[in-house]
Ligand binder design. Structure first.
Ligand code: MD3
Ligand code: FE
Length: 211
């Protein structure tokens, strides 16, 4: 089913079947092991993020994108694969029920986040992309509370949604610049056997608008 969380924000529970979740876990394991590997980004204030991440297409670190891993060894970022763009178009078509719009969706960034127990992501906006095309988000592994706030500030009103393994959320239009975060994982849930040993994997596909 499709659940509209806010204008432009659509949640499709259990969109990825178990085979696709396993395929993504395998792929992410490969990407996380390439080059300098998965890392916890360091914020300008010196604090380390609790989430560990790896990027495809463009490398993000607070708060910019580059083609090289400038906060690691400076090596070129892993290319964004064609098949992942195809998956993103399929996801957008289903979430928005709009295959026409999906044909023009060409993500060139994947941010892969891994949450260990206790990891969280504070409320923030994703505004480092130059384009305002939708963000496609896939969740795999442990369940979490996802908080969707408002565009104006980090306070209320917000909506809390539980995201489970296999869930898809698309954030576009009026929700594209909304504040959002992950206050906590929900380790009590039964988690399907995706091949992920522990924690939660989140994959977001984005359009950079950069060249
Ligand atoms: C709402 N990741 O990487 S994905 C991030 O679960 C990030 O790892 C979270 O926030 C995670 O920046 C949330 C859902 C998400 C992604 C992008 C959005 C929600 C969004 C952009 C605009 C509004
Ligand atoms: Fe975000």
């Amino acid at each position: 089913e499709r659940r509209v969380l806010a204008p432009g924000a659509v949640h499709v529970p259990d969109w990825l079947d178990l085979d696709r979740q396993r395929e993504l876990v395998r792929a992410c394991r490969g990407w996380a092991g390439e080059g300098p590997g998965i890392r916890a980004a360091v914020m300008p204030n010196g604090g380390r993020m609790t989430v560990r991440s790896v990027c495809l297409g463009w490398h993000w670190y607070p708060y910019r994108y580059s083609r090289t891993r400038d906060d690691q060894d400076g090596s070129p970022v892993t290319p964004f694969p064609q098949w992942l763009g195809d998956l993103g178009r399929e996801a957008l078509a289903d979430a928005y029920g709009d295959p026409e719009r999906a044909r023009d969706y060409h993500p060139d960034i994947a941010l892969i986040n891994h949450y260990d127990d206790g990891a969280r992501m504070g409320l923030h906006r994703d505004s480092d992309e130059k384009a305002l095309d939708p963000v496609v988000s896939f969740s795999i592994g442990a369940a979490c509370v996802f908080r969707l706030g408002n565009t104006e500030n980090r306070g209320r009103p917000w909506t809390d949604v539980e995201l489970l393994s296999g869930d898809l959320v698309v954030f576009g239009d009026e929700s594209r610049l909304a504040h959002h975060g992950v206050p906590k994982l929900l380790p009590a849930y039964d988690v399907p056997d995706t091949g992920l040993a522990h924690g939660r994997l989140n994959i977001t596909l984005r359009v950079s608008g950069l060249d």
